[in-house]
Design a protein around this ligand. Structure first.
Ligand code: SF4
Length: 273
């Protein structure tokens, strides 16, 4: 069960790395006005454009941004969107209940009732939704108040990113949270670095830690991965951003790769399949 304690325990692990590998100040988002952070072009990139590539040649990025092709969401993408909505809405419901004076367990009930209404169609998402309600109320119980901002909008334009980047959550203590459906992947940690650098440029404070929260296929397991946002993750994000900019500025259409992932949401547009 996801709880305030499981998040604190995860963060302790990330803290252990900071002393050994401090972040290079030149890779902080508030240094976006100089290389290597200063982008070659300002193209309003989303995190999808930069990090969550589905096509090995970046043809997906080209199709979406240069040709205006709409992706066709898969079932997994739809369920991921429902899980994000549950995360955000339960956070608001529990915060509202706490601020109106009820105790955290009654606030949990308020969140759980919302889940029953909102996720009527999908029992898996409903179970995850109740887990989020428990998370928010347990954080409030431990710390005395709701402490997370969910779906925070951040201006990423100094880094060449969108002015409306949406961070899944920012916990007190400046911890960036990325929520994902499925197993852990390294690009989730790179996205956390990208959001942290955008926040650094926006808030002008250092951000060193993040959490990736993954929800597995049937909603039965929620795991937390601590992320120390070190130089390697920051550089990886900058390289991917530069590659995305180069792809979009080039007049050469990226070729099809030798094989396409079966889950690519551009298969119909690209392969007619
Ligand atoms: S269908 Fe294949 S070539 Fe087209 S975007 Fe997807 S992976 Fe790339």
């Amino acid at each position: 069960m996801l709880s305030a304690w499981s998040l604190v325990r995860a963060l302790r692990k990330a803290h252990a790395y900071r002393g050994a590998k401090p972040v290079d100040e030149g890779l902080r988002g508030y240094r976006a006005y100089e290389p290597p952070l200063r982008p070659r072009a300002f193209l309003d990139l989303t995190m999808w454009d930069v990090v969550y590539r589905v096509c090995p040649t970046r043809r997906d990025l080209w199709l979406r941004r240069r040709e205006g092709v709409q992706l066709e969401p898969s079932d997994a993408m739809r369920r991921g969107a429902a899980i994000h909505r549950a995360f955000h809405e339960t956070s608001r419901a529990v915060a509202r209940a706490i601020l109106s004076g009820v105790d955290p367990w009654d606030a949990y009930e308020a969140g759980a009732r919302l889940c029953s209404r909102m996720c009527r169609e999908d029992p898996y998402v409903r179970r995850v939704c109740r887990g989020f309600s428990f998370l928010w109320s347990s954080i409030a119980l431990e710390l005395g108040s709701p402490v997370a901002v969910t779906e925070m909008v951040v201006d990423g334009s100094p880094l060449g990113m969108s002015r409306y980047l949406r961070v899944d959550a920012l916990f007190e203590g400046s911890v960036v949270v990325e929520l994902k459906y499925g197993g852990f992947r390294r690009d989730y940690a790179v996205a956390v670095a990208g959001y942290a650098m955008a926040l650094e440029s926006f808030l002008e404070i250092p951000i060193d830690f993040g959490l990736v929260i993954t929800v597995n296929g049937d909603g039965s397991s929620v795991r937390v991965y601590p992320i120390y946002i070190d130089d390697a993750l920051r550089q990886e994000f900058i390289e991917l951003r530069d590659e995305a900019i180069d792809t979009l500025l080039s007049d050469v259409e990226p070729p099809r790769p030798p094989s396409c992932p079966p889950t690519c949401p551009f298969r119909r547009a690209c392969l007619g399949a």
